[in-house]
Design a protein around this ligand. Sequence first.
Ligand code: ATP
Length: 306
Amino acid sequence: MNPSVDISYPLEKFNLDTVNRVVKVSKTPGGKGLNVTRVLKQLNDEVVATGFIGGALGTDIQKKLLEKGIKNNFFEISGETRNCIAILHEGNQTEILEKGPTITKSESDNFLEHFEKLVKSKEIKIIAISGSLPDGLEINYYSKMIEICEKYKKSVVLDCSGKALLEVLKNEYKPKVIKPNTEELSQLIGKDVSKNPDELKKVLKDKLFEKIEWIIVSLGADGAFAKHNDKFYKVNVPNIKVVNPVGSGDSTVAGITSAIYENASDENLLRKANVLGMLNAMEKLTGFVNLENYDKLFNEVEILEI
Ligand code: ATP
């Protein structure tokens, strides 16, 4: 709902309080939702990106997505799409993230109509919703979107955190899947949650998660812990050479969405989700996966029902 043009400035040394000149600049469409979209496209899944877009940077995002053959159907707003800057220096990543535009009341209402038109289309089978809400939207906005999806019996994979997620969990309309990491889970239940499977099993039995079919807790290098209805799984992943793990969660969301679309078994869904997370972590670029290693990693993932 709050995409960005992500700018990367690689610098040998970042000098404060003076001029830094950058030679190799990259500017790519970013934000969690667009990372998910990009990975789905690389899997050859038919995908269309939507959300709020505005100003010259909004136009730039649409153009760049089309250049990559990614369909989009955004809703135009009066505000301007944001830039997010990552300065890569001396092995560090310093980020400067703009907050993004404020959505007006009429834009907020009209987007829901735009979204409903998309959701009711026969071509749309499943909806992945990722990231935080821009200013101006009510905290229950995702609940409203999920209500629309439920009206047309379309499943939702939701990856958000904090108050927006809590609001969804308290609401009557539920997503099919949520994918918190342990930090987001801790925030949700108000106490620190470790990666211990017994503890996670207990936490996921909490009333708060009732009626959510799949809860997939991603655990970084420790794989994942998942609950599907009454079944619990621990996913163990092999050691990999990590280059940049940013966006691995988004890549995992793409895998979950793609697997549900394919009616995959529990085991294959968990394998696909984790392999895509790993493949993203093995690349420099965010939301990019090299599928050459897919089959090998797919067979190396271990799924234990516990
Ligand atoms: P982000 O917010 O950066 O998108 P996240 O916290 O939502 O990430 P992670 O748990 O870090 O998500 O990663 C998602 C998945 O990617 C993990 O479940 C795992 O399968 C894979 N993964 C991530 N980091 C590693 C790693 N260092 N080694 C092996 N697999 C990894």
